[in-house]
Design a protein around this ligand. Sequence first.
Ligand code: GLN
Ligand code: ZN
Length: 756
Amino acid sequence: MATDEASTSLSLKTANLGFPRMGQQRELKFALEDYWTGKCTEEQLQNVAGQLRQSHWELQKTAGIDFIPSNDFSLYDQVLDMLVLLGATPERFGTDTVTLPRYFAMARNSREQTAMEMTKWFDTNYHYLVPEWSEGLSFKINSAKLLGEVREARALGIETRPVLIGPLTLLLLGKGVDAFDPFTVTDRLIPAYQAVLAELAAENVEWVQMDEPILATDLPEGAAEIFRKAYAAFALSPVKLMLTTYFERLGDNLPLAIAAHTAGLHVDAVRAPEQIEEVIDALHPDQVLSVGCVDGRNIWLTDFSAADAMLRQAARKLGQARVIAAPSCSLLHVPHTLRGETQLPARMRGWLRFAEEKLAELTALATGDPAAAAENAAAIQDRAAAESSTNAAVRAQLHALKASDFTRSSAYPERARVQRDQLRLPLFPTTTIGSFPQTSEVRKHRAAHKHGHETAGQYETFLREATAQCIRQQEAIGLDVLVHGEFERNDMVEYFAEFLEGFAFTQNGWVQSYGSRCVKPPVIFGDVSRPRAMTVEWSRYAQSLTERPVKGMLTGPITILQWSFPRNDIPRQQIAWQIALALRDEVQDLEAAGIRIIQVDEPALREGLPLRRADWAAYLEWAVQAFRLATSGVRDETQIHTHMCYCEFEDVLPSIAALDADVISMEAARSRMELLDAFREHGYPNEIGPGVYDIHSPRVPSVEEMHELLRLAARVLKPGQLWVNPDCGLKTRKWPETIAALTNLCAAAERLREEA
Ligand code: GLN
Ligand code: ZN
């Protein structure tokens, strides 16, 4: 092989797997919300959507992308769209044609019906609507949207590669209704897909992107058989399939993916670069390989030298005609464009690439453009050399950590004794999770302050009054452990990130979370440190207003990591521990300020779990250590709480116990305390507050209802182990229902005490 190989030109094709839908200024979000509130018509909404599709196709075309996706657009969710296409929308919403009002009725709660369940799309922060499999689904296909988009693009002179979610992924992401076995729909599902492929063939569509990210996970028993059956059937279609996998390695599913013998295979070479060689060797001689070499999950520039080497390796073995350069996954998970980010330091902009800029990276990589490669090398070098990214003191501190930094000075039973003496709480203490209603008044003041219509002093005065009122209200209700209410916080992560070094903020770096909802994750670009206290003044102030203990309230290291765009030049473990060190200082400052109870929320601990079970233990190990590092520096009498929003604990319970929080609160009302059985079986030793008030609904639970739940819990737990609290924070609730529900909650606890 010639030594100057890296400088010879390449001529690979490029593909994109999906483009962000919202628009550069979140036009889709605003059009959707206007439509829902009756401020615009269906036609106006569709116009906005059509314009967005057109501009996104055109910019992909202009960027020089060869395979441009269609049907990646959605008015709400691509999984719901797939169900509409296949005639498999949940039976409970009726089986006639899906009009737009009916589409949104399935997606969003209404007075008549609860919406479809929503859950996280693999390990992303995107939420999809969960398919509901049942006997009576019609499977009458409705290809209007799919073919509509293909034709719409053609009218613009753009040939697209439509995106479908593959049958195995769709099936396994759904749930059976009333114990219905989802696998039994297979025999109707596969023909429905075949009918869709037939329509695409009739439309002369050459390629389809068939997404099967489920192949990057551990498959349940019976799944492989379904996959084989489906793809054997699809092989009869003249449409070429790009079997598209992402978010992890194929691992033991590689033979299955290869055996499907689709025209092409896409793999995620960012998450799993190590699998490339094995995949290349496994391919059939007529198969095309799509190399996902530009990160679709993060916002950093690609290291061209690594990506180029990978593409050339593939090209050498397969021939250039059989290699496509692509993003690792759909660009749905990154913001639209870096243009307009005028407030980021110019130097840092050079290190970032959003969706549009990633397309430019792809075309540069596909041609092996030497000028682009040189520019890239310089930017990579600049980022590595940036002094703003490294903090020697933090590095030294991490390096010097010892086992005792991760452990409280006494074991829980001893701490519990001291805490009981000091805190003097009643049996079954009552508390809340942290936030109280973020009323329109709170939001109005925050916006006024942000836009300079209100001075910092005025805003502060307002927040102090809101906090004082909240304390008085909690005392009147009769809660035992109070909170300050979190009125000063816009968000659980951004609020902290703004205090910390190592974080940067975009103006418009929005990413779709679900429906019209977008999040703007902070960017962790450097070593994290805490130049000054973040929450101490608010906690001290709140505590000064009452004799009862007020909880200090922090967001945990894993949650801050998970809900940010993390740097990719050091391991996630190190980032988490740096954040933990910063939080540790905050925890100690709170303690020094007289705060006796400190809650460190970790709602994202579970969602950080790797997709493959084999990788869980390593993650849980450092994630638990991060929490312990943040919370172990306090005296025995300081009580550490944590909160998690979910109740699927069984498989991670040993790790939850290993957090060694004195008290954990979590969601439990809807599942009627079922989770506690797992806690008992595990012999979970510390205190627990299983939520008795479902805060997702405005409904006020009665004393009887909550008392009943508490009795269920008391049956499973030891007395002294049980706390009484809602499922989660109250920020989305209104004051009247909050007061009524918490008053009932305290009465229910009192009733339980009388029986004890
Ligand atoms: N303390 C936060 C609140 O009450 C916790 C929110 C969460 O767990 N997502 O809002
Ligand atoms: Zn919660």
